[in-house]
Write a protein that binds this ligand. Structure first.
Ligand SMILES: *[C@@H]1O[C@H](CO)[C@@H](O)[C@H](O)[C@H]1NC(C)=O
Length: 243
């Protein structure tokens, strides 16, 4: 028997995904560039259901919720919101607007980085928090092992110019970048630097409904959380106790 081999214990990422919304959600997940794609055993989460997604320890990528999905006779799988090129297993990000939960596991200093992003707009309320309080919490850092996300319904508070309507009601809120394609909203061109891309009235409206989510590309100081341990719970339609 081989002896003497020292293996560092690097644990996989474990994500518990919970649907507290009144509607059925099909989970969307896509890995970052250069990270191995995930294949989910199942994508559908009925109201009240929970699923577990396991990833490699160094995984990075994003989760979102798709709604109004169905499989066509031609085999495509299309969703009214958050669709990923007509596939059940996403290989590209969801069609905006879609609320995102973003992760980099075991990044700089072996920390996990996570946030809720409204940079691609908003469709469903989402929250994310480390299981059991997480590992390596720094009590003097409010962004250490905290809960990210919001309970507020941004669809209700969406500026008129950004609203996406479904059957009579607002089902999504576009980002100002997606809606207007202008440098000051997209942080492109002369607004391409953190110092030149500032909050706008639109990003401020997002921020008001969802204070600790990313509202535009360079919003990172107030929105990125760090923790360790690789175990997190993501809730769709969270209540105050999930935050
Ligand atoms: C904890 O957070 C505070 C505030 O951000 C920081 O100054 C300090 O260096 C951190 N401590 C450790 C051990 O990382």
């Amino acid at each position: 028997m081989a002896t003497g081999a020292v293996r560092l214990a690097v644990s996989d990422g474990t994500f518990t995904i919970q649907n507290n919304c009144a509607v059925t959600i099909w989970l969307g997940v896509v890995s970052n560039a250069g990270i191995q794609p995930l294949t989910l055993d199942n994508t559908m989460l009925s109201t009240g259901q929970t699923m577990t997604v396991t990833t490699p320890s160094n995984w990075g990528g994003r989760f979102w919720g798709r709604t109004g999905c169905s499989r066509g006779t031609d085999g495509t799988f299309t969703c009214a919101m958050g669709d990923c090129d007509g596939r059940e297993q996403c290989t590209v990000g969801g069609k905006p607007p879609a609320t995102l939960v973003e992760f980099t596991l075991s990044g700089y200093a072996n920390k996990d980085f996570y946030d809720v992003s409204l940079v691609d707009g908003y469709n469903l309320p989402m929250a994310v928090s480390p299981d059991g309080g997480g590992q390596g919490r720094n009590a003097t850092d409010t962004k250490s092992c905290g809960a990210a996300g919001c309970t507020g319904d941004l669809n209700r508070n969406c500026p008129a110019a950004l609203q996406v309507t479904g059957t009579g009601n607002v089902v999504g809120c576009r980002s100002a970048c997606d809606a207007f394609k202008e440098p000051q909203y997209c942080c492109t061109g002369e607004n391409a630097l953190p110092t030149t891309c500032k909050p706008t009235d639109y990003s401020k409206a997002f921020k008001q409904s969802c204070p600790n989510a990313y509202s535009y590309a360079y919003d990172d100081l107030s929105s990125t959380f760090t923790c360790m341990g690789g175990r997190y719970t993501i809730v769709f339609c969270p209540t105050a106790t999930d935050l």
